[in-house]
Design a protein around this ligand. Structure first.
Ligand SMILES: CC(C)(COP(=O)(O)OP(=O)(O)OC[C@H]1O[C@@H](n2cnc3c(N)ncnc32)[C@H](O)[C@@H]1OP(=O)(O)O)[C@@H](O)C(=O)NCCC(=O)NCCS
Length: 178
């Protein structure tokens, strides 16, 4: 458990090396994490630099990561409702429960609100993400995913007042050019 007085900074994730990010994700989620449904939903997408954050300690060591991805709800007619998938959110096991996860999530939700971007979504524990930021499974009951998931853990959060809803399959976002 972390000392709540930990000295740390939140910085853009693209200031960190891919190797350090992957190592931290392995430590938080295990090396078998790549087959998870969340990975399939955003397969092939690059993470969004403006909504992806790192926490570094006083020595500059990476102790937390949060990535966000462009995804979409694909409707039966093939059209897409764009969404932004938040996660994985990971704090190094040695620093968990010290407020770092909350600080990164506070920052990303504030940034998303400032950008008035697409609705946020994630697969995560409502006991954490609903409690602190209001993510909710209300409105996601029509959403399917390319792998197993618990419906109660499929969460959405509107950051611009638009409604969360629709019926379709979550998938990577396809860029449509006019
Ligand atoms: C989940 C995680 C990101 C939380 O970050 P953290 O810095 O460890 O935790 P925080 O200090 O921000 O939050 C602490 C509070 O949230 C609660 N909390 C943390 N994770 C929780 C969870 N999964 N479910 C319910 N509550 C949770 C704690 O009990 C604590 O509550 P309290 O303040 O009432 O005591 C981090 O523990 C982690 O990386 N875990 C492993 C990977 C993971 O499960 N990621 C989430 C899925 S994307």
């Amino acid at each position: 458990m972390a000392d709540r007085q930990d000295v740390s900074d939140i910085v853009p994730l693209n200031s960190q090396s891919e190797i350090a990010i992957e190592r931290l994700l392995d430590a938080a989620f295990g090396t078998d994490r790549h087959g998870r449904t969340a990975y399939r939903i955003r397969d092939g997408m690059p993470w969004l630099p403006e909504l992806s954050l790192a926490t570094i300690d006083a020595d500059g060591t990476l102790i937390g990561t949060l990535q966000s991805w462009p995804v979409a709800l694909t409707l039966t007619d093939g059209s897409q409702i764009p969404l932004i998938m938040v996660g994985p959110v990971a704090v190094a096991p040695t620093h968990q429960f010290g407020g770092h996860g909350r600080a990164m999530m506070d920052a990303v939700v504030a940034a998303a609100r400032a950008l008035r971007c697409e609705p946020l979504m994630m697969i995560g524990d409502p006991e954490y993400y609903e409690r602190f930021w209001g993510f909710s499974a209300q409105g996601t009951s029509g959403w399917n995913a390319p792998g197993p998931f618990e419906p109660r853990r499929l969460l959405g959060l509107s950051v611009d007042g638009s409604e969360i809803g629709g019926t379709g399959m979550l998938s990577p976002r396809i860029a449509v050019t006019a």
